[in-house]
Write a protein that binds this ligand. Structure first.
Ligand code: SF4
Length: 199
């Protein structure tokens, strides 16, 4: 894609968000309080895709603001990166699935148009697939996150992509011992920084 300025990206994303605000293309549109479009820097080198909004996100309209989101922010900061400046953050679907269930394949497919546009506009250097739902959307539904986490892939138009554990999973796994899920996630974030933000 031809490179565009940050201001142009902001304008295009704002237009897409307005379209998304009115969207009722799947049943999730009937139960949401707010669409949860994105957070972070539209000009970021790293675009992180989570699963779906939860209750806190549905209330605020911002992705990753609950306990899991706070842990994600801490892990990013512990890796000497800035959530606000270095990341553009969104989800596979923009509306909260009732009872926090996993979005269906059909819901993800219907909502994919917004996600693809976001990736196209932000034009990141690296895509981070955060958690199994996000990873399966791009890499195939049969893969196990424990097998693909930390690996690197090419997705879409030759964009480098990698998989990390979802912070909700890390909230249930407190250990920071070597090879624990939190330790592995920190290692993954260090690698992401090296590739996306070389000195
Ligand atoms: S989840 Fe996506 S497709 Fe479904 S109503 Fe919300 S914005 Fe539209």
């Amino acid at each position: 894609m031809q490179s565009i300025t940050k201001k142009e990206k902001e304008q295009k994303l704002q237009k897409l968000k307005e379209e998304c605000n009115k969207c009722k293309r799947c049943s999730l549109g009937a139960t949401r309080n707010n669409i949860v479009f994105s957070d972070g820097n539209p000009d970021a080198k790293i675009l992180l895709i989570g699963e779906a909004p939860g209750a806190d996100e549905d209330k605020t309209g911002i992705p990753f603001v609950g306990r899991a989101g706070k842990l994600l922010t801490k892990l990013i900061e512990d890796s000497n990166m800035s959530r606000k400046d270095d990341f553009y953050i969104c989800n596979t679907v923009k509306c909260r699935p009732p009872e926090n269930r996993v979005p269906t394949d059909e819901e993800k497919q219907v909502c994919e148009k917004y996600l693809m546009e976001q990736i196209n506009i932000v034009n990141p250097k690296v895509v981070v697939l955060c958690g199994a739902t996000s990873a399966k959307s791009f890499l195939g539904s049969k893969l196990k996150i424990s097998q693909i986490r930390g690996q690197w892939f090419k997705i879409l138009n030759n964009i480098d992509a990698t998989v990390i554990f979802h912070p909700s999973y890390l909230l249930r796994n407190h250990s920071e011992e070597p090879n624990s899920p939190r330790w592995l996630t920190k290692e993954d974030l260090k690698k992401i920084k090296t590739i996306a933000l070389p000195k």
